[in-house]
Design a binder for this molecule. Structure first.
Ligand code: ZN
Length: 43
């Protein structure tokens, strides 16, 4: 998926559905989520 397609899909599907269909964005989201979970666990 190209960045342009990614933008368009994100707009029409919404962020949640887009995360399911776009491996690149899901990976980014999961690494971000893991980071947040880490911070919560340590504090
Ligand atoms: Zn995407």
């Amino acid at each position: 998926m190209t960045p342009a397609e990614c933008d368009r899909e994100s707009d029409c599907l919404g962020p949640r559905a887009h995360l399911v269909g776009c491996p690149a964005c899901r990976e980014e989201y999961e690494s971000l989520h893991a980071l947040v979970s880490d911070e919560q666990a340590t504090s």
